[in-house]
Design a protein around this ligand. Structure first.
Ligand SMILES: [Zn+2]
Ligand SMILES: [Zn+2]
Length: 300
């Protein structure tokens, strides 16, 4: 395996290739010309891209196109197309995460607080969509998070641009469950590596570094997912992360609890006890769900 220094140096070179407005315009143009039409990329002719980007000087245009070729752009017999790395660059830029920092003021959203039943609201700040209760202390206890925060989800600026906050609130929670389901299945949806699941530290046990995250949540039934490669970490409710498997899928279907906030709020409101290495949750109807270290869920 390459050393970290070698990887870093290759990455720095790749980023330096992108340090040009003309090259970014070429990637955008190729994206629109060849990718937007369908998942199987077509080719774009040299003259079409050149005209689209609007660089008249052929020498200058060729220089920039050559810099991108192989790394981000593939040259074919009939023209050029975007390599997957080139598409990823365009998609990443279009999320706005590199450059945009919008703020959306708090507005009431449909749903209620799973702690106190109070009204909830959502706002967006510094790349996070935050769901907040105004009547209780909320879930997250952290100096960077406002009182009453019930959820704080990383969400791209594009998700709140031209989209109302209620819709962004719903979508951000639906998006998070897809991430949690993959991690509950043992892999990171971001990078494809293994995920380690950690249950909360036993009572009286110091969480230590390994307990990172747990000390910031006012709930004893949350687990932590940690990707071993890219470092993606999430604190999640295990019955929500396994909502597409039995027995939870059947329970939610029977009770008409929709994915998204309804489902999160439902499981978050259930009391939990630790039983040996397991966590046991109890519904208001007295149904008990047991979760073991492998995230296998069973009805007690
Ligand atoms: Zn509340
Ligand atoms: Zn990862």
């Amino acid at each position: 395996m390459d050393s970290i220094a070698a990887i870093r140096s290759r990455d720095a070179l790749a980023f330096s290739v992108l340090d040009s407005e003309v090259r970014l315009a070429i990637l955008d143009s190729l994206y629109d010309l060849t990718v937007a039409s369908g998942p199987i990329a077509g080719n774009a002719a040299y003259s079409t891209i050149k005209a689209d980007v609007g660089v008249e000087d052929s020498g200058r245009f060729s220089y920039h196109l050559d810099k991108l070729t192989d790394q981000f752009v593939t040259k074919t017999e009939s023209g050029y197309r975007l390599a997957e790395s080139g598409r990823e660059v365009v998609r990443l830029r279009r999320t706005g995460i590199l450059t945009d920092d919008p703020t959306v003021e708090a507005e009431p959203v449909d749903g209620e607080c799973y702690r106190c039943g109070g009204e909830i609201r959502a706002f967006y700040r510094r790349g996070y969509l935050v769901t907040q209760c105004q009547e209780c202390i909320g879930l997250i206890d952290h100096e960077l998070v406002l009182d009453g925060a019930l959820a704080s989800l990383a969400y791209p600026p594009s998700g709140v641009s031209g989209v109302d906050i209620e819709t962004a609130f719903e979508r951000s929670h639906l998006r998070s469950v897809h991430t949690f389901r993959a991690m509950a299945d043992g892999f990171c949806p971001n990078c494809g590596h293994d995920v380690t699941v950690t249950l909360p530290p036993a009572e009286g046990e110091e969480p230590g570094d390994d307990g990172y995250g747990f000390r910031h949540v006012n709930h004893d039934g949350m687990i932590r997912f940690a990707c071993d490669h890219c470092g993606r970490r999430h604190i999640a409710h295990p019955l929500y992360a396994t909502d597409d498997r039995e027995p939870m899928a059947d329970f939610f279907a029977r009770n008409g609890v929709d994915p998204g906030w309804d489902r999160i709020a439902t499981v978050m409101s259930w009391p939990v006890i630790a039983d040996g290495d397991d966590l046991v949750y109890e519904t208001p109807d007295g149904i008990r769900f047991r979760v073991d270290e492998d995230l296998d869920v069973s009805r007690d």
